[in-house]
Design a protein around this ligand. Structure first.
Ligand code: ATP
Length: 243
């Protein structure tokens, strides 16, 4: 058992000699492919205090990230031996962030799943790519470009300053209240019945975000967070706004 407070290089030595247990015990997350997406994910996880193992087959990429990521190494994630040596089968999460090299993405996914680790997330850059990953047994598939594109489409249509799709039938949106929802307690407005949305939080100018209750009265210059079906939140955000 390694000391979690030990400097990263001493912990890394245990890890890179092929004993993956310490990393697994600390909930290590392996990020494979350190392009823009993978590197940004690895940095963010590191800043959240997660033990991240970054893997890329390109030495120059590995070198460029050495100062930012405590554990980063050059390896080919399609090779069983490298995966085993790096403790990938035992990792608490593995993210395959390889996009354009379809063969490498699929092969890495297949080998990691075959090693018995099904805690795999993978980035897909197209529908067929996502379909193959799903067929292999990858349960969490993300398509950052597609997700961002959808999000941007909602933002560009106006009325909303942020849009988060939770699922195909549920979204959370940051917007401003329509005139008709101002000046009366939420309980009197019947927004759920009439518009299929719930106002979950409100921010008065100069104040912080606060959860709403039935007695909350919205003001015209408030910002609100609403939740509901994507078309319902879209419609409600557009109400009384003639842009
Ligand atoms: P970005 O996130 O920058 O948009 P991308 O979708 O274009 O990236 P790729 O360039 O295909 O993705 O891959 C991202 C990274 O994955 C690259 O840095 C590449 O070196 C690395 N990579 C590709 N194949 C492998 C492999 N077999 N093992 C480890 N890393 C790999």
């Amino acid at each position: 058992m390694t000391d979690p407070h030990a400097p990263w290089h001493s912990r890394a030595r245990t890890f890179f000699t092929g004993d993956p247990t310490p990393m697994a015990e600390h909930g290590a997350v392996v990020v494979i492919g350190l392009g823009r997406f993978g590197a940004s994910l690895a940095r963010e996880l590191t800043s959240l205090g997660v033990d991240v193992v970054g893997i890329d087959c390109d030495e120059a990429i590995v070198e460029s990230l050495r100062d930012e990521l405590p554990f980063v190494t050059r390896a080919d994630a399609t090779q069983d031996a490298a995966l085993t040596q790096l403790g990938v089968p035992e990792a608490s999460r593995v993210i395959i962030a390889i996009g354009s090299d379809l063969e490498a993405s699929i092969l890495a996914a297949s080998r990691i799943l075959r090693s018995g680790n099904d805690r795999v997330w993978a980035k897909a850059i197209s529908e067929p790519h996502a379909e193959i990953l799903a067929q292999l047994g990858v349960k969490q598939i993300v398509n950052p470009e597609d997700d961002m594109g959808r999000r941007l489409a909602h933002l560009i249509r106006g009325h909303m300053s942020d849009f988060l799709r939770i699922d195909s039938d549920y979204a959370i949106v940051r917007t401003t209240p329509p005139r008709r929802a101002v000046g009366q307690p939420l309980s009197a407005l019947g927004l759920r019945g009439r518009h299929g949305i719930t106002v979950i939080a409100v921010k008065h100018p100069g104040a912080g975000w606060a959860n709403t209750d039935g007695g909350t009265v919205l003001e015209a210059d408030d910002e609100i967070i609403i939740a509901g079906a994507p078309d319902a939140v879209e419609r409600f955000s557009a109400l009384d706004k003639h842009v």
